[in-house]
Design a protein around this ligand. Structure first.
Ligand code: PA5
Length: 334
């Protein structure tokens, strides 16, 4: 898992090149963009929703289901994303998208999705296999940006992608196993999460996807529970729920993912929320976004969580790679 993590800066460049290499044109005006996928493959869609949502004149949505919303049709650009290419919900959504005449692009390492798409004459972006889907966010996200750029829907992002890769290279030096605890934020977070329940808070529309990602990484890598929520919504409900039962609350450790570019009122909420929370939980920490471009800033919040979840797995004596429970469930459904 550490190899896959440390390869992310190079993965992002390769992923971008793979997307840019695709020959693509729109059959009809694109009125909405959708990513259909599950788990590690859906997170790429969420990153697209957050990043491109601020830039595109059309909505970007993520579908995590067997079925598609009614509005999907010939004016929908639909990325069918499955790292394995064998996730049944994604295959079902792909078939429905074909019936509805959507403009589909398959993003996968192979499997049934690639076979079906090639047979149907649907463009396929084939990304390298051999790592966990959740370690492949570069492969499952950046090609979608490249396609949107090629279709003229996004401004040129080549510079942002280069900065992203450089920024991740610098970050991996701080996060890698050889970097001692005192300078390694991911190790510090893992120690604070150990034998506790991680709670991750992001900001709606920006780090919300990152909070969800951290939760999924703790679940799948460390095989432990975790929960996430977003500002400002959590100030209207979750915040009230930190009063009882006191013993249980002392098992929670909260990390806030923040960015100086978050809405000023949301930034004010972070500080007030921390004050209100007082000593109710085991502890609270904050991770601050770094970098210039939005891509680098987004990944600067993701990367520490990826590493922290693997360090947490090691603290629990667990192999972060296999997700036997998911495999068993898929086998029982077959
Ligand atoms: O990270 C994982 O292994 C899972 O979350 C998978 O991504 C999920 O089960 C879907 O599989 P795939 O990404 O192959 O479509």
């Amino acid at each position: 898992m550490f190899d896959a993590l440390s390869g992310l800066p190079e993965q992002c460049i390769r992923a971008w090149e793979l997307g840019m290499a695709l020959t693509v044109s729109a059959r009809a005006e694109i009125r909405q963009v959708m990513v259909t996928g599950l788990g590690g493959s859906a997170i790429g869609g969420d990153l697209l929703r957050i990043f491109a949502g601020k830039r595109l004149p059309v909505p970007v949505t993520v579908n995590r289901d067997y079925v598609l919303p009614k509005f999907v049709g010939p004016q929908t650009l639909l990325f069918a994303t499955s790292y394995s290419g064998n996730t049944e919900e994604t295959l079902s959504a792909y078939r429905e998208a074909r019936e509805k005449g959507a403009q589909i692009i398959a993003l996968t390492t192979g499997g049934k999705l690639k076979a079906m798409a090639e047979k149907d004459g649907v463009p396929v972006i084939t990304v390298p296999g051999g790592i966990s889907p959740r370690a492949a966010t570069g492969y499952l996200f950046l090609p979608t940006l490249a396609v949107l750029q090629k279709l003229g829907l996004l401004e040129p992002l080549d510079e942002q992608v280069a900065e992203l890769s450089r920024h991740l290279q610098a970050m991996r030096e701080q996060l890698k196993p050889e970097t001692p605890l005192a300078e390694n934020r991911a190790k510090q977070v893992a120690i604070n999460f150990f034998q506790r329940i991680p709670v991750i808070w992001g900001a709606s529309g920006t780090s919300e996807v990152v909070a969800q990602r951290w939760k999924g990484q703790v679940n799948e890598n460390a095989k432990a529970p975790a929960y996430w929520n977003v500002f400002p919504e959590l100030n209207h409900n979750e915040l009230v729920g930190f009063q009882k039962p006191e013993e249980l609350l002392r098992q929670l450790y909260i990390v806030i993912l923040r960015d100086t570019q978050d809405h000023p009122r949301v930034q004010k909420r972070y500080a007030i929320t921390r004050e209100i929370m007082g000593g109710a939980v085991a502890g609270m920490d904050e991770i601050e976004a770094t970098g210039n471009g939005d891509l680098a800033r987004l990944y600067s919040l993701i990367y520490p969580g990826d590493y922290a979840s693997v360090y947490l797995a090691l603290l629990y004596g667990i192999d972060p790679g296999p997700v036997k429970v998911i495999d068993q469930l898929k086998a029982r459904l077959a």
